[in-house]
Write a protein that binds this ligand. Structure first.
Ligand SMILES: *Cc1c(COP(=O)(O)O)cnc(C)c1O
Length: 388
């Protein structure tokens, strides 16, 4: 019955594309235990090093004692706890939007927003390098799907000018997850205003990391226009820099109410455990007040850039903790990743179809809990791998 599947899997293995899971035996941290060995890791999205912070763990325990371990119901039945509600209010205030709504994951938030806001008569305009969850969301919404070249605002303008769609939704990652570069947010906003389109900005990798107090990519937009744009829907995740789990959407009240009424990925699913919301309240406090974590990240980025200058492979231009080293050939990327692993360092090789053909890379991700010695160790191992 499943012989077709077995055949596909064999092919995948022959092409060196079979993915395997490593079993993590420690908390997420700069050093992790996997299969009985210790590694220095540059893989996680835990950019601020909060996933294993004792204050967040304590808050989660307080949350468990107060609410138990499971929400027991969806938000619209009776799973919407005071902790969820408080967190939504804190997130709205923190991001500068009138309202925010929690989702279980970023994947589900994107599915919910796109399917609730657009349908068959509409059109979506999406950056070609957007996250897979955004692309899946568009397919599920059955909306016309128009993709433009990465960050190419002229291409986007042409496509917006030539559409007769009822509603227009422009979608972009704010920080691109495999490149680390930042979308031209001012230009996106201006184009959306000009063509009366809605902008959905996915700030999974900017929230907590970019801007003063970690308020995200929007706080870097020079003229503050972002905060007054009524046509902006902001989404960010809480499982990356925030160190916990979940996601939220922040927008005008009509948008949030529409999501509550009609986003299936919000309605037909169990609310996340309230203890996570309790931990996130503490996480937001840390994000807002511990500027040193972002300063440390910037120093790590500078150190890495300096240290890899003479390698045969370039770093992609990125000012974020996502620092991809462009190798090009998939097999070579896997070989380099493997050589690093033999030296006790984990850096994932990212290959097509996750990234465009011929652009396989090592996705180095930095965290505030790395030490300068860790970055130095990575730099030396990269030089040794290049020479080998
Ligand atoms: C990780 C990620 C998501 C999905 O978020 P989860 O909470 O992990 O489901 C969505 N968009 C982007 C750009 C991401 O990097």
């Amino acid at each position: 019955m499943f012989s077709g599947l077995a055949e596909q899997l064999r092919k995948r293995e022959q092409q060196g594309l079979l993915r395997r899971r490593r079993i993590l035996e420690s908390p997420q941290a700069s050093r992790v235990a996997i299969d009985g060995c210790d590694y220095l890791a540059f893989c996680s999205n835990d950019y601020l090093g909060l996933a294993n912070d004792p204050r967040l763990i304590e808050a989660a325990c307080v949350g468990a004692k107060r609410y138990g371990v499971g929400a027991g119901a969806s938000h619209l039945i009776n799973g919407h706890s005071a902790a969820h509600h408080d967190l939504e209010q804190v997130l709205a205030a923190f991001t500068g939007f009138p309202q925010a709504l929690l989702f279980s994951t970023g994947y589900m938030a994107n599915i919910g927003v796109v399917t609730a806001l657009v349908g068959r008569e509409d059109a979506v305009f999406a950056d070609k390098l957007n996250h897979a969850s955004l692309n899946d969301a568009v397919l599920l919404s059955r909306t016309r799907f128009i993709r433009y070249a990465h960050n190419d605002m002229a291409a986007l303008a042409r496509r917006l000018a030539s559409t007769d769609a009822r509603r227009k939704l422009v979608i972009s990652d704010a920080v691109f997850s495999m490149e680390g570069d930042i979308a031209p947010i001012s230009e996106l906003l201006a184009l959306c205003q000009q063509y009366q389109a809605v902008l959905l900005l996915d700030d999974a990798h900017g929230f907590g990391v970019l801007g003063k107090q970690g308020r995200g990519s929007l706080s870097q937009v020079a003229d503050n226009r972002a905060y007054h744009a009524p046509n902006l829907v902001y989404m960010a995740t809480l499982g990356k820099a925030a160190g916990v789990f979940g996601a939220f959407v922040a927008a005008q009240p009509e948008v949030i109410e529409t999501l509550i009424q009609s986003a299936h990925s919000y309605i037909y699913t169990t609310a996340t455990p309230p203890l996570l919301a309790q931990a996130l309240l503490t996480s937001l406090h840390v994000i807002e007040n511990e500027e040193w974590r972002r300063d440390t990240l910037q120093r790590h980025i500078a150190q890495l850039k300096q240290g890899v200058q003479s390698l045969p492979w370039p770093l992609l231009p990125s000012v974020t903790p996502i620092q991809p080293l462009l190798i090009g050939d998939s097999k070579e990327a896997v070989r380099v990743s493997e050589r690093l692993r033999e030296r006790g360092i984990l850096v994932p090789a990212i290959r097509p179809p996750t990234v465009p053909q011929g652009t396989a890379r090592l996705r180095i991700s930095l965290s505030a809990v790395h030490r300068p010695e860790d970055i130095q160790q990575l730099i030396e191992a990269l030089h040794q791998s290049a020479a080998a």
